[in-house]
Ligand binder design. Sequence first.
Ligand SMILES: Cc1cc2nc3c(=O)[nH]c(=O)nc-3n(C[C@H](O)[C@H](O)[C@H](O)COP(=O)(O)OP(=O)(O)OC[C@H]3O[C@@H](n4cnc5c(N)ncnc54)[C@H](O)[C@@H]3O)c2cc1C
Ligand SMILES: NC(=O)c1ccc[n+]([C@@H]2O[C@H](COP(=O)([O-])OP(=O)(O)OC[C@H]3O[C@@H](n4cnc5c(N)ncnc54)[C@H](OP(=O)(O)O)[C@@H]3O)[C@@H](O)[C@H]2O)c1
Length: 319
Amino acid sequence: MTLATLLDAVEVSKLRQANYNAQIVDRTDVHDELTILRVRPDHGITEFAPGQYSVMGLGMWEPRVPDCEDEHLEEKDLRRIVKRAYSFSCSMLDRSGCLRRPAEFPYFEFYVVLVRQGEEHPPGLTPRLFALGPGDRLFVGPKATGHYTLERVQPDDDVILVATGTGEAPHNAMVAHLLSSGHRGRIVTITCVRQRRDLGYTEIHRQLELAHANYRYLTLTTREPENLDASRRDFVGKQYLQECFESGDFERDSGVRLDPGRTQVFLCGNPAMIGAPRHDANGETCFPRPVGMIEILSRRGFRPDEKSHPGNIHYEKYW
Ligand SMILES: Cc1cc2nc3c(=O)[nH]c(=O)nc-3n(C[C@H](O)[C@H](O)[C@H](O)COP(=O)(O)OP(=O)(O)OC[C@H]3O[C@@H](n4cnc5c(N)ncnc54)[C@H](O)[C@@H]3O)c2cc1C
Ligand SMILES: NC(=O)c1ccc[n+]([C@@H]2O[C@H](COP(=O)([O-])OP(=O)(O)OC[C@H]3O[C@@H](n4cnc5c(N)ncnc54)[C@H](OP(=O)(O)O)[C@@H]3O)[C@@H](O)[C@H]2O)c1
């Protein structure tokens, strides 16, 4: 028997009542390990800027889906809430296929991948989130946070939204906002995933491309057969974002030139893709290895946006 099953139903019900403030109103599984959750907070939908995030949380007493790394809970942990940050994603189109601003939807939308195995400790939240369905309750943070927003984007700027995996979530909200507010510059979303099935919003992006001449949706994969099997005639190897930008493929496929004078780039997801620099003791900028997108863009004249020094590279690391 696990410690969690030691809490009786009455105590679990009291804990849920005391700690939860929102309800799942819809769950659309892209596949077993990737889902789109729509959540309605009891306190109503709070305002958020496209690109911002909130938190979701569940009690450690909640059940986890099977086949996840074992978790050894101590008695003192049982009544704790595990909370994690999640970017606001966006449905972009309403039921009749009309483009809507993120704030026009009567729910928060989150795009979540199931982490079965942690790096340093067993994953606390996603094995529990994936056990929920419509009607189930959870904790959602009362406000939106974060500086990964479109604040610096001017109406004629080209905007490039670069993501790995669920790092696409905030870009969906940004795309809905930019297109619905008549943004005049070009907008390109480019997302790299293991397999095509990990692209949960493709159909909507394709509809938006058809309806808006200034919008492009590009995708890369790294674990499809053509990425892995060198004996295939269509073998292309793993397609990483860094190579795509370095080789000129991005500019060719998107039709957008990497001009730092009129382009804002947004990077979200895997920290190794982003490659955020640090400053050494002498104030020199040191880039991590393997090479990340910030180093590649810096060589092309872009610079990270900082409070004290505005720039045209914006980034959000997911871990
Ligand atoms: C600002 C911010 C916004 C975020 N938005 C999202 C989002 O919209 N969707 C989402 O799925 N996650 C998002 N995350 C990650 C999220 O907060 C959790 O870390 C993640 O859902 C896993 O939670 P966990 O408790 O199961 O495992 P954790 O203990 O939190 O993570 C364990 C390990 O899983 C890996 N991991 C975590 N998140 C991801 C991910 N998204 N994709 C690939 N590997 C990952 C990392 O290796 C991490 O060390 C965001 C994180 C931050 C900081
Ligand atoms: N996506 C799935 O189908 C799947 C299935 C089961 C479990 N999971 C779990 O979900 C979590 C996240 O998976 P995820 O696929 O969404 O996110 P992810 O592991 O961050 O991978 C997303 C994409 O980023 C690529 N990538 C990895 N390192 C990179 C780097 N240094 N620079 C540029 N790109 C890089 C990956 O390529 P690589 O192929 O080289 O990794 C992949 O194409 C993991 O815990 C995983 O175990 C995912």
